[in-house]
Unconditional design. Structure first.
Length: 285
């Protein structure tokens, strides 16, 4: 069966994210390795690494996934921001490697006032330099599918395919698919036919073998809105059916899947707990 988890806070230490995931009976966890809205980061201590790894082993939480800073824009036409983004991505991979995290999810970037083609070329160049600078590491970049707000790249499977095809070291780059994002980008999932057609496009252009993680999010906005707003599972414009189809798809029976749905609590129950319960119900249906 798929492995369910969520993005968890690292407030108080990386191990706290693992403990929080375990408290919700999750099998995997996603986290930031630094403040996601700042360029600079404190060094990770040996003690922090040990606490994190010990927590993963003790709590039996696997598939730790790092999410890169939202400031990173490898598609930027502005040299200063592009270089800053490249350097920040190198640090993201180094930090993940230090913590024993195999994958780092990153939004490809935005081309701003250039073009899609120039933006994609900029992302490829950045990835090549990032990979060359981290040749001694095992951590892999996961390009995330996006909703396509503004000039953000990654809302077409063709964008991701071009990036994967363009990089020199293809074994260091793979994909993370976000259900809310692809729906908002215009890929329908509501019926079995739509679901199968969308996944056929993904398979033909990218390949399911390149998919290493899935973000499970419903969408507050309708199909093709190009607006990235996450909603609780089954309570948004996607509804329950796409998730039922996904969770029962034999291709993804061992896939780690991470919630990025709104946080909170109601009547003594966390929203994460409710969303996980919904997923488990849909898995059995």
């Amino acid at each position: 069966m798929p492995i369910f988890g969520a993005h968890m806070s690292i407030a108080g230490g990386y191990y706290k994210a693992v403990n929080a995931a375990a408290e919700e009976s999750m099998g995997c966890v996603q986290l930031f390795t630094k403040n996601n809205n700042q360029w600079r980061a404190k060094d990770i201590t040996d003690k922090e690494v040990k606490l994190f790894k010990d927590a993963l082993a003790e709590k039996k939480v696997g598939y730790p996934l790092s999410h890169a800073s939202y400031l990173i824009n490898m598609g930027s036409p502005k040299t200063e921001l592009w270089e800053k983004s490249r350097d920040a991505m190198i640090v993201e991979l180094q930090r993940a490697d230090q913590l024993g995290i195999p994958y780092v999810v990153v939004h490809p970037g935005a081309y701003v006032d250039s073009s899609e083609e120039e933006g994609i070329a900029a992302v490829i160049k950045a990835l090549d330099e990032v990979i060359a600078a981290t040749a001694d590491l095992d951590s892999i970049c996961l390009l995330e599918t996006t909703a396509g707000q503004g000039s953000c790249l990654g809302h077409k499977f063709e964008h991701i395919a071009a990036m994967l095809d363009g990089v020199k070291k293809k074994d260091r780059v793979a994909v993370c698919l976000d259900t809310c994002h692809i729906f908002a980008a215009g890929y329908p999932l509501g019926t079995k036919k739509e679901y199968e057609e969308t996944w056929k496009q993904f398979e033909d252009l990218i390949g399911v073998d390149k998919l290493k993680a899935i973000h499970l999010n419903d969408s507050k906005k309708p199909l093709g809105s190009r607006v990235d707003r996450h909603e609780h599972i089954g309570q948004g414009c996607l509804g329950e059916e796409p998730f039922r189809l996904l969770l029962n798809d034999a291709r993804f029976k061992q896939m780690p899947m991470y919630l990025e749905t709104p946080k909170g609590e109601e009547e003594g129950e966390t929203y994460d707990s409710r969303n996980i319960a919904t997923l488990r119900r849909l898995l059995k249906s």
